[in-house]
Design a protein around this ligand. Structure first.
Ligand code: B4P
Length: 188
């Protein structure tokens, strides 16, 4: 099973991906987590992406596609994965389709978490106060929202065209959103 969790920044992708890992034992591939780990380790990659991420812009397609290709090559990802925060551009989606096709797989389902902008801003402010993430400032968050509209939202027609897109209301409690996602997954 290859599942993409998709939606604007702060919609609950990371939160829900972790819950699916716990309930179904699938593996989660989060490009945001991989990039933050690179920054925390002080690696050359981390130094290259630190400022880009803090500004709210996207890291280059080449970098994130390589990160995903490496992880997909590992044995634990052989049966599929939950992609969280990837793809974020149509070029990334096409690269992912090609990587999966090489091993006879495809994206089985794309869940789009639908959350309005006021709620996204409220969640960002809360996480900023609790965790102080560099890209949760008001300025960076504005950039992340416009980057989403310009570069990531074109994935909606892309996946609609493949017949795999499912909209889930992401406005409720974390439990309500998890239940709505489980409904979609259980229906196959
Ligand atoms: P991500 O780490 O993917 O950041 P995000 O879009 O903000 O999602 P996140 O997972 O953090 O938020 P979530 O919705 O779970 O990316 C960060 C940056 O990395 C990007 O801006 C970019 O620079 C770079 N990057 C990553 N992937 C890339 C790619 N493929 N290509 C290029 N660049 C890439 O949760 C947000 C908050 O809401 C949490 O605090 C959570 O507790 C809360 N929350 C969740 N569900 C809730 C609910 N139902 N009710 C109330 N609060 C809820």
């Amino acid at each position: 099973m290859n599942l993409v969790l998709f939606g604007p920044p702060g919609c609950g992708k990371g939160t829900q991906a972790k819950r699916i890992v716990e309930s179904r034992g699938w593996i989660q591939l989060s490009t945001g987590d991989m990039l933050r780990a690179a920054i925390a380790s002080g690696s050359e990659l981390g130094r290259r992406v630190d400022g880009i991420m803090a500004s709210g812009a996207l890291v280059s397609d080449e970098i994130v596609i390589e990160l995903i290709a490496e992880r997909l090559g590992e044995a634990e990802a052989a049966g599929g994965a939950i992609f969280d925060g990837f793809p974020r551009t149509v070029a990334q989606a096409k690269a992912l389709d090609e990587l999966l096709a090489k091993r006879g797989q495809k994206i089985d389902s794309v869940i789009r978490l639908v959350v309005d902008n006021d709620e996204l801003v409220t969640r960002m402010a809360k996480r900023s106060a609790e965790q102080g993430r560099a890209d949760d400032t008001v300025e960076a968050f504005k950039t992340r929202l416009s980057v989403y509209e310009e570069q990531t939202a074109p994935l909606i027609p892309y996946y609609e065209g493949q017949g795999v897109l499912h909209d889930v209301n992401g406005m409720g409690s974390m439990d309500a959103v998890s239940a709505a996602i489980a409904d979609v997954l259980d229906k196959g």
